[in-house]
Design a protein. Structure first.
Length: 113
């Protein structure tokens, strides 16, 4: 079974399967705030770590809606489908909109799926 872990701090978002065999570590400053959205991920992509035809990354353990954001340095999107997408969305929105002090590592959200 898939084990997805997502951690949002005011410095980065970590998305990992299992013991970090497959993961993404994205600095918060590298996320385009205007790209943050909740969107439906097509079933055709399946479950697990997937890349779409444009090179965008999808982390999912279930079908349905997920949180999507653009990584500026790579000009690619990351999509995460977890059991609590709303919490993930709100945590990212809070970090991106409030411009917290980047010298601290406050953990805003930890989601295990």
């Amino acid at each position: 079974m898939h084990n997805l872990k997502v951690k949002v701090t005011n410095i980065y978002i970590d998305i990992a399967f299992g013991n970090r065999l497959f993961y993404a570590h994205v600095p918060i400053e590298d996320i385009d705030p205007s790209s943050l959205e909740i969107t439906k991920i097509p079933k055709i992509y399946g479950i697990g770590l997937r890349y779409d035809l444009k090179g965008n990354v999808i982390f999912n353990t279930r079908f349905g809606e997920g949180v999507r954001f653009k990584q500026l340095s790579k000009n690619k999107y990351h999509s995460v489908v977890a059991k609590n997408n709303q919490e993930l969305y709100e945590s990212l929105q809070k970090v991106l909109n409030n411009s917290p002090d980047l010298n601290t590592k406050n953990c805003y959200s930890k989601i295990d799926d």
